[in-house]
Write a new protein. Sequence first.
Length: 224
Amino acid sequence: MKQQTVVIKSNKYGITLFLDKDVSFRELLGDVAEKFKASSGFFKNAKMALAFEGRFLSREEQMELIRTIQANSDVEIICVLEQDSLKEAYMKQALEEREKTSSEDGRFYKGTLRSGQVLESETSIIVLGDVNPGATVVSKGNVVVLGTLKGTVHAGAAGNENAFVAALNMNPMQIRIADAIARSADGPTVSRGNGTGPMIAYTEEGNIYMEPITKEVINDIRVD
C-alpha cells in the first residue's frame, strides 16, 4: 500500500493540509491533485481558508499548491493562514473578512497574464499568477500579484495617490501609481531595504518607492 503523503482535515470554514516532509514536492503536488479530485464532490463550490502543516513551504510552493487545489476541485481558496492560527473561530473570522474585502473592494483574476493581454478593473485586484513582460494591469484601486510581476501595472488609475502595488517577486517593466511613473529602464524608484522577497511599491511626494513587505509596512498601509 502506498504511503499516505497528504491528509486533508476540514471544518466549516477552512482546510488544514498535512503534508509529508520526506517526499519530493513534485510527488506531493500529484498526490494533492489526486486527493482533491477524489474529494471534489465534498468541497463543491466552497470558499475556504487554507493552512499547511508538516513541512516548510516557500511562497512559490504555497501558490503552486493553491493552483493545484483549485484546478482539481471547485474549492476557492480565499486566504492562507499561519500554522499558529488554526482554530476554527479564527478561520471563520479570516474568511469573512477576506470575502467582504474581495466582494466590496476588489476582485480576483486567476491565471498568468501574457504579452499583449490587458486586465482592467474598477476596483482593487489580486492576480493569482504571473504578469509577464508585455502584459498590463490597470486598476482604479490597488494591485496585488501573487506571483512574479514583470509587466506593466497602473494602480490608482483614477488619481488615487494612496494606491499601492505589491508582488511576491517584483521586477516590473513599468509601475504607475496615479500620475507617478517608474520604469525599469531608467530606474526612478527608490528601494528601501534589501530588495528581496515580497515587495510593495507606493508613492510619497510624487515619487514611487519600493520596499520589502513587513508587518510594520502593512500596518501603515492606508486603504481608501
